[in-house]
Ligand binder design. Structure first.
Ligand code: GLA
Length: 384
């Protein structure tokens, strides 16, 4: 865990100079709209007050030299011949350099020291924070003038091309465009967004970190993307106006069930339902209807678990405790799946008891100490 002051201090210690640029890049949560982004649907994420801090200074060479404080690692690369190496965290940074280079920018060598309080593997998008912080660094140093949504697209492209993950745009968009005290409703088709207050009177949003992230996530994610594409291709034969799963209504999907493999149908049923649940969530939040909000979270979880099959026993355990708890309105797996956090809407008065009960049950079942991650919603990536 490093603060901005400590990262700055470490920079000076390691390079012998103070940094000339400092950037804060936050992680994200997602209230609802899971696995809808790559289907051009709606998502409702927000940037959180857990970040990576970057301290940066041009070093007068062609080398990118990087210290990752949280994992005590160092890597360097020649920016005139960018190739992926064997350290994933460094590849996330190189991929962004590669994107700016592809746009014709000559990249100066940099010294970078980064660290923060954003947990890795907790489903709060530390990798997007890496990409987006780095995008802000180059955007600022090279005076490129990209805005937040443009940097998010650049970072997503880097994930696709350099890392090889066919991710949607939600994580990068949230990290870059988050707003203080609000979530952002992002339409991934139009790439338009607006802020949505998500505070619910008498309640708290509670994140419980399972502290597991199964390898399966790496292979299952592209598999789900492919299954959605397969479903879309079948639907388009009958619904030529449809360009993405988000365009399909639940009734249209039901009518075409017999045309597709059962598994592909279930994947599509989840995605189509989730797009509509996100719309319903906006109304429920506006009405401050905790029961309704909670019910939508539960439905999303059931869909992710049974139709989309991206849950795991550890998450089911945390979910199960929430489901039984009288002080909890709703809960769900948050993020891509196979570990990470559950997101819970809990009565403020019940928060302490729920957190300790859930973590005790979790430790008894799996021998793992999960943790409670208090978060606030904050602005997106910025130069500090
Ligand atoms: C990961 C991806 C996102 C999104 C979520 C699931 O976090 O990076 O683009 O698809 O999973 O909602």
């Amino acid at each position: 865990m490093y603060t901005l002051v400590e990262v700055t201090h470490q920079f000076t210690q390691r390079t012998g100079h103070p940094p000339t640029l400092k950037v804060r890049a936050p992680g994200r949560i997602n209230i609802i709209g899971e696995h809808t982004d790559y289907n051009q649907g709606l998502v409702l994420p927000g940037a959180i007050d857990k970040s990576l801090f970057f301290a940066v200074r041009p070093n007068g060479t062609a080398q990118l030299r990087c210290w990752a404080l949280d994992i005590d690692a160092y890597a360097e690369a020649d920016l005139t011949a960018i190739v992926a190496g064997d350290q994933l965290w460094f590849n996330y940074l190189l991929g962004i350099a590669d994107q700016f280079q592809q746009r014709g920018y000559a990249l100066p060598g940099l010294d970078i020291v980064f660290g923060g309080d954003l947990p890795v593997g907790a489903g709060v998008s530390s990798s997007a924070a890496l990409e987006c912080g780095m995008a802000m660094v180059w955007n600022t140093l090279l005076k490129v003038g990209l805005d937040g949504p443009e940097m998010a697209q650049l970072a997503q492209r880097s994930s696709h091309e350099f890392i090889g993950i066919p991710c949607g745009i939600m994580d990068q968009f949230a990290s870059l465009n988050g707003q203080q005290d609000a979530a952002i409703l992002l339409d991934c088709q139009a790439l338009s967004c607006r802020t949505v207050p998500v505070a619910v009177a008498g309640c708290e949003w509670v994140l419980l970190n399972s502290r597991v992230s199964h390898n399966l996530a790496d292979s299952a994610y592209p598999e789900r993307v492919r299954e959605c594409q397969e479903g879309l291709a079948i639907l388009q034969k009958h619904l030529p106006a449809v360009t993405a799963l988000r365009d399909v209504t639940p009734a249209q999907l039901t009518a075409l069930e017999a045309k597709m493999p059962a598994l592909v149908y279930r994947r599509c049923r989840y995605v189509v339902g989730e797009h509509y649940r996100t719309l319903m969530m906006i109304d429920a939040l506006q009405a401050g209807d905790a029961e309704k909000i909670g019910m939508l979270l539960y439905h999303t979880h059931i869909g992710l678990s049974e139709d989309y099959e991206v849950s795991c026993p550890e998450i089911e355990c945390l979910f199960g405790v929430a489901l039984q708890h009288p002080g909890v309105y709703g809960a769900r797996l948050m993020g891509g799946g196979f570990g990470g956090c559950t997101l819970n809407l809990v009565q403020s008065a019940a928060r302490e008891a729920f957190v300790s009960e859930a973590l005790a049950a979790y430790e008894a079942a799996f021998g793992i100490q999960g943790d409670y991650l208090p978060v606030r919603l904050v602005n997106g990536v910025e130069v500090v």
